[in-house]
Write a protein that binds this ligand. Sequence first.
Ligand code: ADP
Ligand code: MG
Length: 223
Amino acid sequence: MAFLEAQKLVKEYNRRGKTFRAVDDIDFTIEPGDFVMIEGESGSGKTTFLNLLTGLTDPTSGAVIIDGRSLKETGDKEISKIRNQKIKYIPQGESLLSALTVRENILFPFTIGGLERPSEERLLEVSDKLGITDLLDEYPSDLSGGEMRRATIARAVINKPSLIIADEPTGSLDSANTFKVMEIFRDIASEGTAVIVVTHQKETLGYATRVLEMDQGSLKEVV
Ligand SMILES: Nc1ncnc2c1ncn2[C@@H]1O[C@H](COP(=O)(O)OP(=O)(O)O)[C@@H](O)[C@H]1O
Ligand SMILES: [Mg+2]
């Protein structure tokens, strides 16, 4: 069974009195260990699609099935539980909290919502892998863009989610950091986590096991 499945997913918005489909009838599945990259022009519907997959946005029609359960059929509480435990979303832009250290940022999701706090061992394992162990007590304002991004990834992977979704995670990074971040996602996928990354940098597509293109709300398999 696919971990996540989108069935005939449609999201309509209104603009100047006209309805248009930001996401237009998308069928999509992802299996554990898949590393899916989605490319496409700005405004083609990539972020809207990711928001539908995580349940942040309700579809106009169609369904998202996670672990065999429709996001629509489960109560709100169930959705947030699935979201918190099994799916980690790395939104576009910076999302670290500036008043917290890197360590506090990584552990912050576990101080709310009653999730089990990862052990110190696990924290060190993840931060070693991402090369941020020496930065755990620093504040985000003292980090480079690449270091901040790696800290954000640490926060996402620490509880071994089933699915990681990242919206243009290398947007503001130089190419050395871009490739470092892509290698991290590839490693995460090789350990069985499904990964979806939206990118506009064609040179990164080689890291994916599947490449899809978003074009005016339609998703097509490229590789
Ligand atoms: N909340 C919204 N209300 C109305 N239109 C929206 C909303 N969110 C996105 N759109 C429109 O939907 C289209 C797809 O946007 P988006 O998913 O952000 O594209 P991408 O991430 O590929 O740049 C764009 O035309 C955008 O302006
Ligand atoms: Mg976007």
